[in-house]
Design a protein around this ligand. Structure first.
Ligand code: PLP
Length: 519
């Protein structure tokens, strides 16, 4: 026997170079390289695999009045390593801000500093219980007080309600305060709310929820509120306006002060959707613009991991005019002691929005973010977010088509003009981004722009990361223009699942696993 002096061949494809890439190649396992296919836990686990069987109870009569379970509960069971693998594999299917650029516009998917997580996990905050005696939670209440103070200072508003648990919930809070203010004056004819066409979908939904009717205002060719159309809609029955600033086109509403005056002139209130406050912090105080109510998305502007439905926190700042109607609870300081005001008796408060006090963990994260940045750091983050968006807009302008001219705020908006005649649509372009390793940008929103692509880089991306992203976007645009339509129509090729029937998924979602009748 002779020694194998050659060793193992390490350079790939020396002997039999693979000449063609077979895009449609299907693996036996269903895995794609080291990305493992994974079934639902109900499909891989069986009730009998693990767990404890208690002996049948003897001598105890059921007291559920015939409601006791007779069939098996059917919860899946897996061994510990199988369980670990299941959830790790699932987690790897998630694209995350910790994996790469997450260019979704209107969402502010920014880096979430680990310091925030560390603070939120401090046992005194993480384990606090909403029914604990006040004397034992003074620190938590102080934190809420300090956060309120920062939010009021940053927005230039006198009052904040911390309890709303998402942006949309904050909108509800603001609109309920507006409704309560009109009701208190007996102004029950004030039921019409003006909503610009470019509004986030939650705005009209919120107004309707509060018993208002919606009157939409078109955008002008600069992507801002059409002032002539707005003036034509004014009337005594106007309860207020719901406006987003910067708006969903990523543009500052330059007529905002005049809008506030016009709305106040007819006895209405100005609700501002503050989800895009990222572009204003430290530079503009909404209170100075005549705004009466505005929610803040702590999970956008002030970090906190979000997406996929939670967690959220939507504190709502209120002007002097609306402050009396603010919901309970709120914190106050009385003789060195922090108190939670929970009683509505003798006040005009519209009541309570949630069982308890809001999202403690997110309050901690937001304050940690604020304190670690400092006032100057928050302003810098705003400036960098706007600079990054303008860098992206300028760098993509040659190959893609910006929806509006001029400088944008924190997000860059494109239409699909650059795809005209290529056969490639916004959706195909987004799918091709997945093959390139990027989560797609927000698409087909705002509705006022055809084939919209809305990109928000946030301040937390470096120039090097942005350049890589820009190279890919320009490369894809040139590919489309060069007629390589097929690779767009086939995309995503490398994703675990290919094109899905998104319409059916949205219209007929299957949200519950049901046991298939065994064959
Ligand atoms: C995200 C967002 C909302 C809603 O916030 P949620 O926390 O998702 O309820 C409202 N308006 C705008 C402009 C947003 O970007």
């Amino acid at each position: 026997m002779s020694m194998n002096t050659q060793g193992r061949q390490t350079s790939p494809n020396k002997t039999s170079p693979a000449k063609t890439v077979i895009a449609e190649h299907k693996t036996i396992s269903g895995n794609r390289g080291l990305a493992q296919a994974e079934k639902l836990i109900f499909e891989i686990g069986t009730p009998r695999r693990t767990g404890v069987d208690f002996p049948k109870l003897k001598g105890v009569k059921p007291r559920l009045g015939g409601m006791e379970r007779t069939d098996e509960i059917g919860l899946p069971g897996l061994s510990e390593p199988e369980t670990m693998r299941h959830y790790v594999r699932l987690s790897q299917k998630n694209y995350a801000i910790d994996m790469g650029v997450y260019p979704l516009g209107s969402c502010t998917m920014k880096h979430n500093p680990r310091l925030n997580e560390k603070m939120a996990r401090l046992p005194g905050f993480a384990d606090v219980h909403p029914l604990q005696p006040r004397g034992t939670v003074q620190g938590a209440l102080e934190l809420m007080g300090e956060l309120s103070d920062w939010l009021c200072k940053l927005t230039g508003m006198p009052t904040v309600a911390l309890s709303p648990k998402a942006g949309a919930h904050g909108e509800l809070c603001g609109m309920m305060a507006i409704r309560a203010a009109h009701d208190a004056k007996g102004a029950d004819h004030k039921r019409r709310v003006l909503v610009p066409e470019s509004a986030h979908g939650t705005n009209p939904a919120t107004a309707v929820q509060c018993g208002f009717t919606i009157d939409s205002i078109p955008a002008n060719d600069k992507g801002r509120v059409d002032m002539a159309a707005l003036k034509a809609k004014l009337g005594d029955d106007v309860a207020g306006i719901m406006l987003t600033n910067p708006n969903t086109c990523g543009l500052f509403e330059s007529d905002i002060i005049e809008i506030a005056e016009l709305i106040h002139g007819v006895g209405g209130y100005f609700y501002c959707d503050g989800a895009n406050f990222t572009a204003l912090v430290g530079r503009v105080r909404p209170g100075d613009l005549g705004i009466d109510a505005m929610h803040l998305n702590l999970h956008k502007t002030f970090s906190t991991p979000h997406g996929g439905g939670g967690p959220g926190s939507g504190p709502t700042v209120l002007s002097d005019a609306l402050a009396p109607f603010a919901p309970v609870p709120y914190v106050i300081k009385e003789q060195d002691k922090w108190k939670l005001v929970e009683d509505v008796d003798g006040s005009e408060s519209f009541g309570r929005m949630t069982a308890f006090h809001g999202q403690m963990g997110m309050f901690v994260r937001a304050l940690s973010y604020m304190l670690s940045h400092g006032a100057d750091g928050l302003k810098q983050a705003t400036e960098d977010a706007v600079l990054n968006a303008n860098y992206v807009q300028a760098s993509l302008s040659h190959d893609m088509s910006p929806a509006f001219g001029g400088i944008c705020m924190h997000e860059a908006l494109f239409n699909d003009d650059f795809l005209k005649g290529t056969g490639v649509e916004t959706l195909d372009f987004a799918k091709a981004m997945i093959d390139e390793g990027y989560h797609p940008m927000t698409m087909y929103f705002p509705l006022v722009v055809k084939g919209a692509m809305l990109i928000e880089p946030t301040e937390s991306e470096s120039k090097a990361e942005l350049d890589r992203f820009i190279d890919v976007m320009c490369g894809l645009a040139r590919r489309a223009q060069a007629g390589e339509t097929d690779c767009f129509k086939a995309a995503p090729i490398y994703a675990p699942l290919r094109r899905l029937d998104e319409t059916r998924a949205a219209r007929k979602p299957v949200l519950r696993w049901r046991k298939q009748p065994s064959a």
